[in-house]
Design a protein around this ligand. Sequence first.
Ligand SMILES: Cc1cc2nc3c(=O)[nH]c(=O)nc-3n(C[C@H](O)[C@H](O)[C@H](O)COP(=O)(O)OP(=O)(O)OC[C@H]3O[C@@H](n4cnc5c(N)ncnc54)[C@H](O)[C@@H]3O)c2cc1C
Ligand SMILES: NC(=O)c1ccc[n+]([C@@H]2O[C@H](COP(=O)([O-])OP(=O)(O)OC[C@H]3O[C@@H](n4cnc5c(N)ncnc54)[C@H](O)[C@@H]3O)[C@@H](O)[C@H]2O)c1
Length: 471
Amino acid sequence: MSRTVDLVVIGAGPVGENVADYAHQSGLSVVIVESELVGGECSYWACMPSKALIRSGAALRAAKRTGGAIPEDTALDPLKVLARRDSFTSDWSDDGQVEWLEGAGIELVRGHGRLTGEREVTVTAADGSTTVLTATHAVAVCTGSAALLPDIPGLSAVEPWTSREATGVQTLPASVAFLGGGVVAVELATAYRSLGVDVTLVARSGLLGNTEPFAGELVESSLRELGVTIVHASPTAVSRAADGAVTLEFDDRDAVTTAELVVATGRTPRTDDLGLETLGLEPGVWIEVDDQLLAHGSDWLYAVGDVNHRALLTHQGKYQARAAGAVIAARANGADVDTSPWSDHAATADHRAVPQVVFSEPEVAAVGLTAAQAEAAGIDHRVVDYDLGGIAGSSLHADGYTGQARMVVDEERGVIIGMTFVGQDVAELVHAATIAVVGEVPLHRLWHAVPSYPTMSEIWLRLLETYRSGA
Ligand SMILES: Cc1cc2nc3c(=O)[nH]c(=O)nc-3n(C[C@H](O)[C@H](O)[C@H](O)COP(=O)(O)OP(=O)(O)OC[C@H]3O[C@@H](n4cnc5c(N)ncnc54)[C@H](O)[C@@H]3O)c2cc1C
Ligand SMILES: NC(=O)c1ccc[n+]([C@@H]2O[C@H](COP(=O)([O-])OP(=O)(O)OC[C@H]3O[C@@H](n4cnc5c(N)ncnc54)[C@H](O)[C@@H]3O)[C@@H](O)[C@H]2O)c1
């Protein structure tokens, strides 16, 4: 079988769906290729199931921080939590998302897509049959990323869990070790501990390495309070016993043995079996792109979302997808492409204004540069810190509220270039900061954005007052 359409999208994760939709809305015919479930990692094994596993425990503990109104011995029902998670993954059925594609006028071809020539993708279906798709204008690679297994002796032989098995769990293990100190390990360690599992977290350095240092410190001390054992070391060998238990060995400390091991040590691009060699690229690489999401050295291949390694986040990938869809459509329709920063055709925010919420306990919500990143970029900046627990809204929110906020100000321009909030329920605070960073709102104008009383947003006023005081 062979077909010709305007645009072929490989990968129907959140990013591929959006590239396809934006291009189609501008009049292009689009085929999207998917080898697993339409909706991708985020819907079935990442964002949604992990947040569903986290939410119940976080809500219960928050309720208990209100003057003893909720009895301390109130407990979660783990089976109900797993059932709620199942509802968010639609029991791992993509019927709903396939229906959405049909409604949007995007054609789905199921199978594994490979680049086999210029603007050509060959799709191999589960039954071995092939379809050759030729794109008149562009091919967009949106194949995402997969869990990376580090090279530790014995690790792959024990067939450890990754985030896929951990988010899709049906029978909770009695104990589990998470290898890694990043977002996946921290979030899932919190979820599993809430569900009554004995959790050990093995991290070679501080937690949440890319955030402000106080974020990882506050999260680490809260994980310990929740009963998580934290080991700062790198395993030198891994083995699985006949009873299924997994043991991590270390050079300089006692071994750790748990019923299961989850590896959460970063991601690898899903480009190893994509036919990149036909373009002179090495298989297995992250595909580098410009701000229009066009792969370096090509005039028809776009790479959008995790696979380009600009920001491994659903919302940022979807932002890129809106730009890529508009660029592909403009070029196909013979319209001008505006490559200037902040145009509809440029993913400018990827460079300086990427927001992220880590659903840890406490939550970490940040956008833009950390103080260390501003320093490394050579920006004349000032750091303003404030204790989030000192805000009236926070004290109402939770007894003994513990948290911290940091604002990083570009002194030359008088604008915020980075903001970090750490504390219970800070997730929704970050979008205001994203608007301030993207809009480059001068601090003297922000002074007039009055936060409501008594909300946690009063942190904005306190940070501005502290800045003005010169402290
Ligand atoms: C545990 C976990 C939790 C996360 N939580 C969050 C969160 O809360 N918020 C957030 O913003 N981000 C989160 N992320 C990151 C988020 O999941 C990714 O950034 C997002 O899924 C990337 O979307 P994507 O469309 O680029 O790739 P994916 O979602 O990985 O989709 C790629 C799709 O391409 C398909 N595919 C791959 N190769 C081929 C091929 N050759 N042919 C056909 N189809 C192919 C795959 O089957 C898949 O469906 C989390 C990640 C993990 C691991
Ligand atoms: N809430 C969210 O936004 C969210 C949630 C989960 C995941 N994600 C995204 O998914 C991506 C992947 O998350 P992740 O936690 O897997 O990666 P990560 O890059 O955040 O963290 C990887 C961790 O593994 C450690 N590590 C790496 N190699 C190791 C080794 N050989 N031995 C021991 N430790 C090792 C690192 O030191 C680090 O602590 C992130 O980039 C994140 O953006 C986002």
